[in-house]
Design a protein around this ligand. Structure first.
Ligand code: HEM
Length: 229
C-alpha cells in the first residue's frame, strides 16, 4: 500500500521560520519569556501588573484624546460629552481614572516588595534607581492628569499642588511660576499639563520601563528570602 506523504510545514510555520531566520524571534522568546526564574511568590507579580496597567493607561488615554479638548472653554464640556454621549466613553474614562489610582497603589506595593527582599542591593542598584524614577513619573502623570477635567476640584487641587512646589528652598517660587506658566492657573497651565500628560511623561514612562525590564532580564530577579538567610 502506498504511504501517505508526511505533511509539509504549514503556511504559519513557514512565515515564522522565515522571520525567525532573519529577526531571531525564537532567541527573543527564549530570552524574554522562557528564561529561568527562581521560585517566587504572588508579590513578584506586582511588577508585571504595573506594566499591564501602564499599557492600559496608554491605550485608554489615547482613546480619550479623540474627544478631549485641552482649552479652558471646552475641557469640561468635552469630558461631559465623553461621559454622556460617546459610546462606552464612560467606560474608557472610568478605566483611565481608576487605572491611575490603581497604578500608583500597585507600583508602590511593587516597590515595597523590592525593598523587603533587598532587591535594591548589588547587583540590582540600577533596577532600583530606574524604578524610583518610574514612581516619580507615575506621580507626575497623576498630578498633571488631575487638572485636565478643568472642574473646581481639579482647579483647586492644582492650585494647592503648585503652591506646595513653591516651598522648595530658593528656587520654589520659580518652580511654581514654571508649573503654572505664570502667576495664576489658566490656559497656559492647562496646555502645559496636557503636554506633560500626553507626551513627555508617557514617552519617559515607556522608555524607562524598557530599561527597567532590560535590567530585570539581564540581571535576573531575587528569590524570596528563606528563614535562615
Ligand atoms: C511603572 C512602574 C514599574 C514597572 C512597570 C515595573 C516592572 C517590573 C517588573 C516586571 C519586574 C520583574 C518582576 C518583579 O519582581 O515584580 C520588576 C522588578 C524590579 N523592580 Fe520594578 N517596575 C516598576 C516600578 C518600580 C519601582 C517604583 C521600583 C523601586 C523604586 C522598582 C524596583 C524594582 C526592582 C529592584 C526589581 C527587581 C526585583 C527583584 O529582583 O526581586 N520598580 N519591575
Amino acid at each position: 500500500m502506498a504511504k501517505t506523504p508526511a505533511p509539509g510545514p504549514g503556511l504559519g510555520q513557514a512565515i515564522f521560520a522565515w522571520l525567525d531566520e532573519r529577526a531571531g524571534l525564537s532567541t527573543i522568546w527564549k530570552t524574554v519569556f522562557a528564561r529561568a526564574v527562581p521560585e517566587t511568590n504572588w508579590f513578584y507579580t506586582l511588577g508585571s501588573a504595573s506594566a499591564i496597567l501602564a499599557l492600559l493607561q496608554v491605550i485608554t488615554g489615547m482613546l480619550l484624546t479623540i474627544y478631549y479638548v485641552p482649552s479652558p472653554d471646552h475641557a469640561y464640556e468635552s469630558i461631559d460629552y465623553i461621559m454622556n454621549e460617546v459610546t462606552f466613553g464612560w467606560l474608557i474614562r472610568g478605566m483611565h481614572h481608576w487605572g491611575a489610582t490603581l497604578m500608583v497603589l500597585v507600583v508602590f506595593l511593587h516597590m515595597l516588595k523590592a525593598f523587603f527582599v533587598g532587591a535594591y542591593k548589588w547587583p540590582r542598584e540600577l533596577t532600583w534607581i530606574t524604578g524610583g524614577l518610574l514612581l516619580l513619573i507615575v506621580l507626575v502623570l497623576g498630578f498633571s492628569g488631575y487638572l485636565l477635567p478643568w472642574n473646581q476640584r481639579a482647579y483647586w487641587a492644582t492650585s494647592v499642588g503648585t503652591a506646595i512646589i513653591g516651598a522648595v528652598p530658593g528656587i520654589g517660587p520659580t518652580l511654581t511660576q514654571i508649573a503654572r506658566g505664570g502667576t495664576e492657573i489658566g490656559a497656559v497651565t492647562l496646555i502645559r499639563f496636557y503636554g506633560l500628560h500626553i507626551w513627555w511623561m508617557p514617552i519617559a514612562l515607556l522608555s524607562l520601563i524598557g530599561v527597567h525590564l532590560y535590567l530585570v532580564i539581564r540581571i535576573g530577579i531575587t528569590h524570596p528570602p528563606e528563614r535562615d538567610e
